[in-house]
Design a protein around this ligand. Structure first.
Ligand code: AG3
Length: 279
């Protein structure tokens, strides 16, 4: 195996790294914003990495996307207007559209990346991009957030805080998210793998805590984002949102008719129980 030349080696962390065999290279290039590689792997299926960091795989995308979309939307209960920042592969968009929403706005900075995902990994977004409720904006999410208003749920599906995603971790951005939320609204964010990126979580928690009355995180283990559980930031001015009882979540999950493979109402509740090292 060591002499097989076709390996992708992730360059996200310092001092440790994972590598995935490339059984077929599908695409490699640079958009205006980032390096993109798409390849097939015997375990994960089709794999996508940006600037050397794994973003999404066909095999385990459901864990991350279900947890980042269904948890806030089912906790909210009556979300009509949802805003996604990033999310170019369409996995979050597809999950949001499974709910009784009237419109899902997705602001993604890299239009070429969306095109590549629709071409090479169409299973992740499905037909979400063609849904009449989808409003796709190719543009700067931080800039969009300055004037955005009246969203029930905001989902930040970003890269790690380097490259084009860095501004999505700034105090100004979170303050703008707060202004963009309708009363009873909730913001969730991708916040890294705390065992390997403790600073990323600390930063997100401090900044969300400064902007919102109730800030915490929840967790799920996603094999692609190795190093233990991943953290998702959670912020709302309504502390009741993260304390929904099981009967409420179960009724909402059933009413939405969601066919989920990771999410269950029990998992939803349990995800807010955190290991000590998360705080
Ligand atoms: N975006 C989040 C990738 C985070 C990877 N970071 C890490 N391993 N710390 C995924 C985009 C999926 N729509």
């Amino acid at each position: 195996m060591a002499d097989d030349p076709l390996w992708f080696t992730e360059t996200l962390h310092t001092g440790v790294s994972q590598r995935l065999a490339i059984s077929r290279l599908v695409h490699q290039g640079r958009t205006a914003w980032q390096d993109v590689i798409v390849f097939d792997n015997p375990i994960f299926g089709r794999v996508v990495a940006l600037d050397g960091a794994l973003q999404v795989t066909e095999r385990d995308e459901f864990i991350y996307h279900e947890m980042l979309a269904h948890v806030p939307i089912l906790a909210h209960g009556t979300a009509r207007r949802v805003l996604i920042v990033g999310g170019g592969d369409g996995g979050i968009l597809r999950r949001c559209l499974m709910h009784g929403v009237s419109q899902v706005t997705m602001v993604e900075i890299d239009g070429e990346f969306v095109r590549l995902m629709r071409l090479h990994v169409p299973s992740i977004g499905g037909d979400a991009f063609d849904d009449a409720r989808t409003r796709l904006v190719i543009g700067d999410g931080a800039e969009f957030m300055r004037t955005a208003r009246d969203f029930d749920v905001i989902i930040v599906d970003s890269t790690d805080p380097t490259g084009p995603g860095a501004v999505l971790f700034s105090p100004e951005f979170y303050a703008d998210c707060k202004r963009a939320l309708a009363p009873g609204g909730v913001l969730v964010t991708q916040s890294g793998v705390p065992f390997l990126q403790p600073e990323e979580l600390r930063l997100v928690q401090a900044r969300l805590g400064a902007a919102f009355a109730d800030a915490t995180c929840y967790q799920a283990s996603v094999p692609t984002y190795y190093g233990g559980a991943m953290a998702f930031g959670w912020a709302s001015d309504d502390a009741g949102l993260r304390r929904r009882d099981l009967a409420t979540l179960t009724a909402r999950h059933r009413a939405a008719g969601l066919a989920t493979r990771y999410y269950t109402p029990e998992i939803h509740q349990a995800a807010f129980v955190l290991p000590g090292y998360f705080t």
